[in-house]
Design a protein. Structure first.
Length: 271
C-alpha cells in the first residue's frame, strides 16, 4: 500500500500520508501564519493532488490543517511580492494559483475538507474545490479580497459552483464574516459539528465513501463535471445513457449487484 515515501519527500508546507485503507490525508502545515499559502504551498498542493489522483490505491482524500485556523488565504508577504512584479510575472503567478485550484477541483478522488477554524479569502476557495465540507461550530468564513482592493477572481468559479451566483456575489461584495451555521445554510458547508466531534464526523463521511465503489465515485465526479451548467439537451441525455450503459458492464458493477443479492459486503468495503 502507498505510504508517505511514495510522494514528494520535499514537501515543507504540507504533509501527505496515505493509510493502509487508501485514505490520503493532506495537511496544511504552516500554523505559524494560519496556514496561509505562498508560492511553495501552491506548488506543493498542486503536485500532491496530481500525484494522489494518479494512484489507484488512493480512494478518498481528507484535506485538513494544523493549528486553530484552517486557512487564512493568501500569505500577505506573497501578495506584496506579487504586486511588485511586472505584468508577465504577475500573470504567471496567478496562473500557478489557478492550476492549484483546478488540481483540487478536477481530482478524480473524493475530497473531504476538515475545517476546524477560520477560512478566509483563498481558504474559502480551497473548501469550495472540495466535494464535501465538515466544519466545527467554531469555524468562520469570509471572502475578504475586496478589503485589500482586489477581487476573488481565481476562486470565483468554485465559489459560484458551491453557493450559487447571488450568494457568491453577496459574500464577495460585502467581505462579511459568517459563522458555520450560515455557511451551512448557503451551501458552503455540508456538516457542522462540535470541535470535539469533528474527527468523528469526518470519519463518518469517509467511511460512507469507502463503502461505495471506488471507480463509481470517480465516474460520478467526471460525469457531474461534464454536465454541470449545461442545458439538459440531447447531447447531455445521450452522454448519461452511454455512461450508465458502459459502467453497468464493469466488473465493479457486477460485484456491487452480486454483493447486494448475496447480502454480503462488496469487496471494496470489506473490513
Amino acid at each position: 500500500m502507498t505510504n508517505k515515501s511514495t510522494f514528494d519527500e520535499n514537501f515543507t508546507t504540507i504533509e501527505c500520508v496515505v493509510d493502509e485503507t487508501g485514505v490520503a490525508r493532506v495537511t496544511l502545515s504552516r500554523p505559524d501564519v494560519h496556514n496561509a499559502f505562498n508560492e511553495a504551498m501552491i506548488d506543493e498542493l498542486t503536485r500532491c493532488f496530481l500525484q494522489l489522483a494518479s494512484h489507484d490505491d488512493v480512494r478518498v482524500i481528507v484535506l485538513a490543517s494544523l493549528g486553530k485556523v484552517f486557512c487564512a488565504g493568501a500569505d500577505l508577504n506573497w501578495m506584496k511580492r506579487a504586486s511588485a512584479n511586472n505584468a508577465d510575472a504577475n500573470l504567471q503567478d496567478a496562473q500557478r494559483f489557478a492550476r492549484m485550484m483546478q488540481a483540487l477541483h478536477a481530482c478524480s478522488k473524493p475530497i473531504v475538507a476538515r475545517v476546524q477554524g477560520g477560512a478566509f479569502g483563498g481558504g474559502v476557495g480551497l473548501i469550495c474545490a472540495c466535494d464535501i465540507v465538515v466544519a466545527s461550530e467554531q469555524a468562520r468564513f469570509a471572502v475578504t479580497e475586496a478589503r485589500f482592493g482586489i477581487l476573488p477572481a481565481v476562486i470565483g468559479p468554485y465559489l459560484i459552483e458551491a453557493v450559487g451566483v447571488r450568494q457568491a456575489r453577496r459574500l464577495a461584495l460585502t467581505a462579511s464574516l459568517i459563522g458555520a451555521a450560515e455557511a451551512h445554510d448557503v451551501g458552503l458547508v455540508h456538516y457542522v459539528t462540535t470541535s470535539e466531534g469533528l474527527n468523528e464526523q469526518v470519519q463518518t463521511v469517509v467511511s460512507g465513501l469507502m463503502g461505495n465503489g471506488p471507480t463509481a465515485l470517480q465516474e460520478i465526479k467526471t460525469l457531474f463535471g461534464d454536465i454541470a451548467g449545461r442545458p439538459i439537451d440531447e447531447s447531455v441525455t445521450d452522454l448519461t445513457a452511454v455512461t450508465i450503459a458502459r459502467v453497468r458492464a464493469t466488473e465493479e458493477a457486477k460485484e456491487g449487484f452480486s454483493a447486494f443479492f448475496d447480502k454480503r459486503p462488496a469487496t471494496w468495503s470489506a473490513k
